[in-house]
Design a protein around this ligand. Structure first.
Ligand code: PRP
Ligand code: URA
Length: 215
């Protein structure tokens, strides 16, 4: 049966540059250095979309020839929360966009047989309930890891949670949409589905192993 979800919850970042870079990322021939750089760049593109609604305030800025009636971000606090390990690859791109953002960590691994996520480490900024949380993980496969991480963030008081993944399976998107009614999902592609090992098809393989060179 076809997997269904509310498409209005999902933004597919389909800019030509994103799609071009994603094709290189997927390629088996792409090595660790370039893979890492591409994950970081794609995280930046997704970051632009995920933060599109940040509120602005007016500010007057002196220029060498006058005063510009300009805008700046109106004090919204951000937390970037990678799901370890692969999510770490997206942090650098996002902190380049928002250098003052705090970074939390949620450590999880998938059991190779059951594909169930297991939590092994969590550390968040103390004021997480006041922050917009960008939960980041390049792969959204069954959605088990992301839904467990979102549930953890909610239990810690996070109100504004946004999920940024690079490649998703429809099953993962559906799982997140069903588990939490308020988390918008940003991805660069939604692929065909999952194989018998719960890997995304065609996907890009094991993101953590490709980022950290542990293949
Ligand atoms: C991968 C990936 C996600 C998870 C996705 O991590 O980075 O966290 O699997 O799968 P799911 O949607 O079915 O939960 P993995 O458990 O392989 O750990 P790693 O990042 O340490 O490689
Ligand atoms: N984790 C990965 O790294 N890749 C997949 O395709 C699924 C889970």
């Amino acid at each position: 049966m076809a997997v269904t979800y509310d498409a209005s919850r999902v933004t597919v970042v389909d800019h030509p540059l994103v799609q071009h870079k994603l094709s290189i990322l997927r390629d088996t021939a792409t090595g660790t250095k370039q893979f890492r750089e591409l994950v970081s760049e794609l995280a930046m593109f997704e970051g632009y979309e995920a933060m599109r609604d940040l509120p602005l305030e007016d500010v007057d800025v002196p220029t060498p020839v006058g005063v510009a009636h300009a805008k700046r971000i109106a004090g919204r606090k951000l937390a970037i929360v990678p799901i370890l390990r692969a999510g770490l690859g997206m942090v650098d791109g996002l902190t380049r966009l928002v250098p003052s953002a705090r970074v939390g960590h949620i450590g999880m691994y998938r059991d190779e047989t059951t594909h169930e996520p297991h939590e092994y480490y969590c550390k968040l900024p103390h004021d997480i309930e006041q922050r917009t949380c960008l939960l980041v993980d390049p792969m959204l496969a069954t959605g088990g890891s992301a839904t467990m991480a979102i549930d953890y963030l909610r239990r810690q008081g996070a109100r504004d949670v946004r999920l940024l993944s690079i490649v998703a399976a429809p099953e993962g998107v559906a799982a997140v949409c069903e588990a939490d009614p308020d988390v918008p999902v940003f991805v660069c592609a939604i692929d065909e589905g999952l194989n018998e090992n719960a890997y995304i098809v065609p996907g890009l393989g094991d993101a953590g192993d490709r980022i950290f060179g542990t293949l």
